[in-house]
Design a binder for this molecule. Sequence first.
Ligand SMILES: CC(=O)N[C@H]1[C@@H](OP(=O)(O)OP(=O)(O)OC[C@H]2O[C@@H](n3ccc(=O)[nH]c3=O)[C@H](O)[C@@H]2O)O[C@H](CO)[C@@H](O)[C@@H]1O
Ligand SMILES: C=C(OP(=O)(O)O)C(=O)O
Length: 422
Amino acid sequence: MEHFIIHGKQIIGGEISIGGAKNAALPIFFASILANAEVELANIPNLTDIRYTCDIFVNFGAKLSIDLDSNKVSLQPQHISNPVVPYELASKMRASIWALAPLVAKFGTAKVSLPGGCAIGSRPVDMHLEALKKLGVKIEFAEGYVIATSEGRLKGANIFFDKVSVGATVSAVCAAVLAQGVSRIENVAMEPEVVDLCNFLVALGAKIDGIGTKVLTITGVESLGGVANYRIIPDRIECGTYLIAAAISKSKVTCHNIIPEHLEATLSKLEEAGAKITVSGSSVTCDMEGKRAKAVNIVTAPYPGVATDMQAQFTLLNTVAEGVGIVTETIFENRFMHVPELQRMGAKITQSGNTIHVQGVEELSGAHVKATDLRASISLVLAGCIAQGTTHVDEIYHIDRGYEFIEERMKSIGCIITRERA
Ligand SMILES: CC(=O)N[C@H]1[C@@H](OP(=O)(O)OP(=O)(O)OC[C@H]2O[C@@H](n3ccc(=O)[nH]c3=O)[C@H](O)[C@@H]2O)O[C@H](CO)[C@@H](O)[C@@H]1O
Ligand SMILES: C=C(OP(=O)(O)O)C(=O)O
């Protein structure tokens, strides 16, 4: 097991080039199953989740060439002969459920083990399965696997989601693009990563109207082609995380290669915390101008609201800010696992249901803490960089799921974190 040792009171500041978005790369990778010709993907982040996805494609029998050092993958999905995601691969990653819809839409059969992922809530897949059933898929369960079958092409349908789900939107769209007839999918997720998936499918030849809105109208086509050099959007959560590094340390961080419009909620909360935010082309700077941040209230919400994937980072900001910040998590029922760890570092936090009250303190102190999920982990790493003393963060494999070249990127903003093996 690896851990990070982080000495505190580091002088934070500098510039970072942001990588491709994990949460766009994963659905696009799985949607490539639908293509009938070569798919070349660029700006694919070098993350463990992507390497697991490559393993899933190898297990399918697909041909792929992987060059994650150059952030490139090319796939020959025509060669898929085994439409199965076994437990050993699915259990490592929540996103593996995204194999189900494209496999059954293209091959009429799929066997996918129920997924793993961050332990931030119960994370059922009922909405994915209900959407597939509406499109004509027969769903059965056996020994922990979902078995999906269809006779002939799927049938276009009207789907209304009661709740906004990124994952179920991705599954519904991936099935509807090859269905016979028109599908109208309402109350979809509008996250930039869902928009990127739709743009990718359009590049393959799919017919999708309403991209970026609450209602998608999809006219199914018989088959999809390939695409050369489709570039994944930048990771708005990675960018937001590094901007928080400036906000907790009275300093200045610039992130390059981003799409500023994807960060509006985060940037507006950082401004509320007292940061000077400057956007210039595809770069953004968060400058605290030497001032301590003011506490901010956060209520997580589907896009364009404040992302749940930024909640732990804003919680950290409040732990060292001036005043009291109230943070309400509305998306996942168990996403405060960073709270007891931050308390070990001296944070003053009280929890009541899905809300926490954070009373800012002048300084955190180093401690031995455990990373419990991806965003909790990075918050503890950042906390270690500003704390008094040394912090030891265990179970850092979570970070490698979502933060590319973490030691290098932290170094480019002045932070030294040392990976050790116990
Ligand atoms: C790989 C990826 O892109 N992960 C992101 C994706 O996760 P994921 O796609 O799993 O998240 P969803 O948007 O689907 O989840 C939203 C809510 O809907 C519930 N739900 C979802 C599906 C379902 O069938 N039934 C159901 O009840 C979930 O438990 C949760 O409470 O969106 C989340 C919300 O922005 C982000 O935090 C994750 O980083
Ligand atoms: C929760 C996350 O990822 P996943 O859905 O892959 O577990 C995340 O990216 O913060």
